[in-house]
Design a protein around this ligand. Structure first.
Ligand code: FEO
Length: 411
């Protein structure tokens, strides 16, 4: 856990998480930071917290010690969002300072009681409300409902034009000693781009329409520093992460990238052999190809890949009259995350009966996914030459849909 100075009288207190499943589901191979901020005027506000894993409150107290501060010195606790990665330490704080003044939205007030029992000294704020910390430091608040929970808001420091944005503009990823965008090399910026998509697709994706509304709401605010609840503080080029989030929200329906995800499962190698043919055929096109096998690949990795891919090739066998179960599970999750409008091809082997296609159609329908499929290629046992021909025709069709011509590039 560490302390970073953002600007005069604004400090970031953060912890990096590794080797846990974020939200109990999502792998975070490059970790994630959870950020809290101290904002000083005459009065002191603590904006958000850091989660309760691994005794973090003790680290928080150690950091306050390093700053010659105690919890008693904190006048206001601003809860931008009640999810326990930001509020999980609240009970520890209240056990030391029971009369903490809490600033939050109305939905957060209700969640506070549900998670932590009765909480006093709450000031409920709404859009445009302010908090005067003295010495000219005035904070304002803007609600951003459903980014990522209904209670979410952002806090804006009018003096430094710093936006404490909580989950909005968050990313996974943590690099030791790198806290600001200006600290990163070009290669490290690429890492944070990847970790941004991974975070967005895992955590925010379902709420893309709300994210678009939030971005629209924030567009008239002059933002010089983006200080999110996860990831880097964007100080050199805050518009980078703001524009990234516009892209990520748009990718829900239309990723304008030349990228293909091949998602497959195989029992005895028949479907896998056909996948190898597809991978070879895709080498004839100028597209980035991501190949993931289920159930071996984590859902988080698959979500990030499909989020960037306008074209998805699904390959799975039929299993006991139904779709290969791990594929059905991830497709349901893609539906839950509202991954819409992909162009797709399904292929797969069956033994004594089909059934995968029927289940696929059902998932697409009940999740309202609106994917456009070219003719599926389903084969009994091993794929025949005529099946490979049909796969290649399907690929040509898909490439035409995303504007990649069939003028092959040599790989
Ligand atoms: Fe980082 Fe939705 O909590």
């Amino acid at each position: 856990m560490n302390i970073t100075t953002i600007s005069d009288d604004i400090f970031k207190l953060s912890v990096s998480l590794e080797n846990v499943l974020f939200e109990g589901i999502w792998e975070i191979p490059r970790g994630v930071s959870v950020n809290s901020y101290i904002v000083k005027g005459e009065k002191i506000a603590l904006v958000d917290g850091v989660c309760g894993w691994d005794g973090v409150p003790e680290h928080l107290f150690e950091m306050l010690d390093q700053m010659n501060m105690k919890i008693d010195d904190v006048d206001y606790l601003i809860i931008n969002h009640m999810e326990p990665d930001h509020s999980g330490w609240l009970e520890d704080l209240r056990s030391i300072k029971a009369n903490l003044n809490i600033i939050c939205t109305k939905p957060a007030e209700q969640l506070l009681e549900a998670f932590y029992g009765r909480v006093d000294n709450i000031r409920v704020v709404k859009d445009g409300d302010t908090l005067d910390l003295g010495n000219g430091r005035i904070l304002t608040f803007a609600t951003v409902p459903n980014v990522h929970w209904p209670d979410a808001m952002v806090t804006y420091d009018t003096m430094t034009k710093t936006l404490f944005s909580c989950d909005v503009f968050g990313t996974y990823g943590y690099i030791e000693g790198k806290h600001f965008d200006e600290d990163l090399t070009e290669e490290e910026l690429v890492i944070f781009e990847e970790e941004g998509v991974r975070y967005y697709s895992n955590i925010v994706a379902t709420f893309s329409d709300f994210t678009k509304k939030a971005l629209d709401k924030l567009k008239d605010i002059e933002i010089k520093v983006v200080a999110p609840g996860h990831g880097l503080v964007w100080r050199k080029n805050p518009s980078k992460i703001i524009d990234d989030y516009k892209r990520y929200a748009a990718y829900q329906k239309d990723p304008d990238l030349h990228e293909v995800t091949v998602l497959y499962g195989s029992m005895y190698g028949m479907t896998e052999k056909a996948v190898q043919h597809i991978i070879e055929s895709l080498k004839n096109y100028d597209v980035k190809v991501n190949v993931h096998r289920v159930p071996e690949t984590s859902w988080g990795t698959i979500l990030a890949s499909v989020w960037n891919s306008p074209v998805v090739i699904l390959a799975m066998p039929t299993y006991e009259y139904k779709m290969f179960p791990p594929m059905a599970a991830i497709l349901e999750e893609l539906g839950n995350k509202k991954v819409h409008n992909r162009k797709a091809l399904r292929i797969g082997s069956y033994g004594w009966s089909g059934g995968a296609q029927k289940e696929l159609d059902e998932i697409m329908k009940h999740k309202g996914m609106k994917w456009t499929f070219v003719e599926p290629v389903e084969f009994k046992g091993a794929a025949a030459q005529s099946d490979y021909q049909k796969m290649d025709e399907g690929i040509i069709e898909l490439m035409e849909m995303i504007g990649v011509s069939d003028t092959a590039v040599t790989v």
